[in-house]
Design a protein around this ligand. Structure first.
Ligand SMILES: [Ca+2]
Ligand SMILES: [Ca+2]
Length: 271
């Protein structure tokens, strides 16, 4: 059973069906990669579709969705963080995962990255003191509660490492109580859902939906519902103006071509 809880009545539901909406940016560094807003796959957790991240044949590069609207909140004020994944193609270890960009010293610059990976959320593959969220399964929608899950730090802060040394955010905060989530200098969103950064021979394709987040100051959860992009309406049809081709009729009223060759004298009265 998926672990993502149902959308509550006080949630704000926001539909996102293209890059640039509601603060979400598509970011693709892999040459054959893509970010696609599409129907399905299968029965998506909310609505009719999801956003799918594909690395192409360069799994060492990436396809991501990045959220720009959480630039600066304290990590300790994060009170909800859940999302759903549907992994289609991967190396058996990597499903769409979350990166939080962390500023440790308050200068707004990124100092560390925190990773939540679905593959490390069972007692055997991760930290047995944390909830067992079950192993990731291909071609299945699965909900993940990242807020209560196991995380690792790029710099190993708090002893948080990939695999069985993942730990709760509280363990990180004991060592970095002032940690803040920040965007990149170039404006790239500090909350990222990622496929890629594996090895060059990897190919990753996974879809994401129902991404929920809340901070203590916001007080309510915003759930982003990724949906197939609605095709823009066709452009209004321009009125067609039919003009005679140049040279078809001469200025004297004679037809220069075709069957009528006599001067045109106007309508003939018949009596
Ligand atoms: Ca910094
Ligand atoms: Ca959806």
């Amino acid at each position: 059973m998926p672990n993502g809880s149902e959308t509550r009545r006080d949630d704000v539901l926001v539909t996102v069906d293209q890059s640039g909406e509601a603060g979400w940016q598509a970011s693709v560094t892999s040459p054959g990669g893509s970010v696609t807003f599409q129907a399905g796959p299968g029965v998506s957790p909310i609505g009719n579709g999801s956003v799918c991240l594909f690395t192409g044949n360069s799994g060492d590069l990436s396809a991501e969705m990045r959220l720009t609207t959480f630039d600066g909140p304290l990590l300790r004020d994060l009170t909800d963080l859940r999302y759903w994944t549907y992994g289609e193609v991967n190396n058996g270890q990597q499903w769409p995962y979350i990166i939080l960009q962390i500023d440790l010293d308050g200068d707004g610059e990124v100092d560390d990255l925190l990773f939540f990976e679905p593959a490390y959320q069972t007692p055997a593959s991760g930290n047995p003191n944390l909830p067992d969220q079950g192993p990731p399964v291909r071609n299945t929608w699965q909900g993940w509660n990242a807020l209560v899950g196991g995380w690792w730090s790029l710099n190993g802060i708090g002893g948080l490492q990939p695999g069985t040394d993942v730990g709760p955010l509280s363990q990180y905060l004991q060592n970095a109580p002032g940690a803040r989530i920040v965007n990149s200098d170039d404006g790239g969103g500090g909350i990222r859902v990622v496929q890629g950064f594996g090895s060059p021979t990897d190919v990753f394709r996974g879809c994401v939906d129902a991404f929920s987040i809340q901070t203590r100051t916001a007080g309510i959860t915003t759930t982003f519902n990724f949906e197939p992009q609605v095709a823009p309406p066709p452009p209004a049809r321009r009125r067609r103006v039919i003009r005679p081709r140049r040279g078809l009729f001469s200025s004297e009223g004679t037809c220069s071509r075709g069957r009528i060759s006599r001067p045109f004298r106007g309508p003939v009265q018949r009596g």
